[in-house]
Write a protein that binds this ligand. Structure first.
Ligand code: GDP
Length: 268
């Protein structure tokens, strides 16, 4: 089992939002071989990297909502932000990854669509990362003033969120990147070069033929400028394990996905 580095230690700076300071326990890590029980001893069952990642994502709970950036609590645990144009499939993706039906749909409640919603993650009530659901941005026809405002919010978010570890950009590959996606990519490129993690999730992959999917992947790989790209379908359950494992690794950089075992009591 790996050990947690200081960067993985989920203490919180500030007291924002009634969130308690917590202590980290080492995380399990994936992929140990199963061992046979000897003389009635408990068995050790292997857990795959994606099992660990999905178990961790399943702990997601609504943490807080903020109408503007400056209302976000100061945190010093890794933050992973989900962004994308409205209808790209962001809420569905968050709900699928966290295996919860309604979690991200909180962001769609009237009056909340422009809010930033934070979800805590961590086993045994020990918060070790947050998922941030940033407001979906409009279609191509949004007024220029609105685009400029969004651009400022994103630029500020990228600069001010010191604990930001990674960005997940949701994109419906049948529509490609919008002007605001392109603006975001321009803002992100220097940060990605400085080590910010970046993933483009090509949503609704079930709607693509195999050749369309291959083409969409290669176009997005060129556009992602050093980031990762994955096909994803909530309907066909494509890409879930891969995306989950990637997010887990972003949030736990000091733990190598090598070995975890689960103790299974021997059969009676
Ligand atoms: P958001 O506005 O980005 O949060 O998008 P939603 O998650 O609300 O999804 C927008 C629409 O796309 C909804 O009608 C979803 O049912 C649909 N959708 C989302 N993910 C998938 C998917 O993987 N496959 C298909 N076929 N439809 C999807």
């Amino acid at each position: 089992m790996g050990t947690a580095s200081p960067t993985g230690t989920p203490s919180l700076c500030g007291t924002g939002g009634g969130i308690n300071r917590t202590m980290m326990k080492p995380h399990p890590t994936p992929n140990a071989p199963a061992q046979r029980p000897v003389g009635g001893a408990p068995a050790l069952k292997a857990k795959s990297a994606s099992d660990v990642a999905l178990g961790w994502l399943h702990t997601a709970r609504f943490l807080t909502t903020a109408p503007q950036l400056h209302f976000l609590p100061d945190l010093d645990i890794p933050e992973i932000a989900f962004v994308g144009r409205s209808n790209a499939g962001k809420s569905t993706c968050i709900n699928t990854l966290t295996q919860q039906k309604q979690l991200a749909f909180a962001s769609k409640k009237p009056g909340r669509t422009q809010h930033i919603n934070l979800f805590s993650l961590g086993k045994q009530g020990v918060m070790d990362a947050v998922l941030t659901d940033l407001p979906g941005y409009g279609y191509a026809a949004v007024p220029r003033q609105e685009k400029v405002r969004w651009q400022q919010v994103m630029a500020n978010y990228l600069v001010t969120r010191k604990n930001l570890r990674g960005i997940v950009l949701m994109c419906d590959p049948r529509l490609g990147l919008t002007e605001l996606d392109e603006i975001l990519l321009d803002l992100l490129r220097p940060r990605v070069q400085d080590g910010l993690k970046f993933l483009v999730v090509l949503t609704k992959a079930d709607k693509l033929t195999r050749s369309e999917a291959t083409k969409a992947l290669s176009i997005a790989q060129l556009q992602a400028g050093g980031g990762e790209v994955r096909l994803f379908s909530a309907t066909k359950r494509t890409g879930i394990d891969e995306v989950a494992t990637l997010l887990w690794a972003w949030a736990h950089p000091s733990i190598h996905a090598t070995a975890t075992v689960e103790v299974v009591p021997p059969a009676a």
